[in-house]
Design a protein around this ligand. Structure first.
Ligand code: SME
Length: 164
């Protein structure tokens, strides 16, 4: 399928995320592969909003280690320990973190020096176990709000519908 990704930068967030969720669900209809879904969602979110970096860190050792998965943007760090940086903290606490200014987040891991703000959303399977986090980085301060949290959490709720 050669679908085009809409430019949603000037669309109100709630509508933009509803549109992305619709695209994602349509593309992933009948798909039961989580890496395929991660690649699809990373491409959609990244290009629709023009972010700096958008992608997944997968849980490779539960409670201990995240490893980079499908992403869009410049090179990401490969491994992140639970509890380290924004991704590792969101994974350890299993909760979404919005960081308005990464320089004010103790232990932030700067894979791309241009990153100024970010959001990290836990990804759960149908049992409620953490399988990954979705990390979105922006080149501007204070990019992510509650609407981004809602939209991205809804997007990754797809993984809880997968039979594993
Ligand atoms: N900013 C993240 C690291 C991952 S990358 O920026 C791609 C963090 O502190 O968790």
């Amino acid at each position: 399928m050669a679908d085009t990704i809409p430019d949603l930068r000037n669309v109100p967030k709630a509508r933009a995320y509803a549109e992305l969720k619709g695209h994602s669900d349509a593309i992933l209809e009948g798909v039961d592969d989580d890496v395929t879904a991660m690649a699809t969602m990373a491409a959609l979110v990244h290009h629709a909003f023009g972010h700096l970096w958008t992608g997944f860190y997968r849980v490779v050792v539960p409670g201990q280690l995240l490893r980079v998965g499908p992403y869009q943007g410049s090179l990401g760090c490969l491994d992140i320990a639970f509890g380290r940086g924004v991704c590792g903290t969101a994974a350890a606490e299993m909760k979404t973190l919005i960081v308005a200014d990464v320089e004010k987040f103790p232990g932030h891991i700067a894979c791309d020096a241009r990153a100024r703000s970010e959001i990290v959303v836990p990804v759960l399977d149908r049992r409620g176990d953490l399988i990954a986090v979705l990390d979105v980085d922006s080149g501007q301060l204070n990019t992510f709000k509650a609407e981004d949290q809602q939209g991205l959490e809804r997007l990754v709720s797809w993984f809880a519908t997968l039979k594993q």
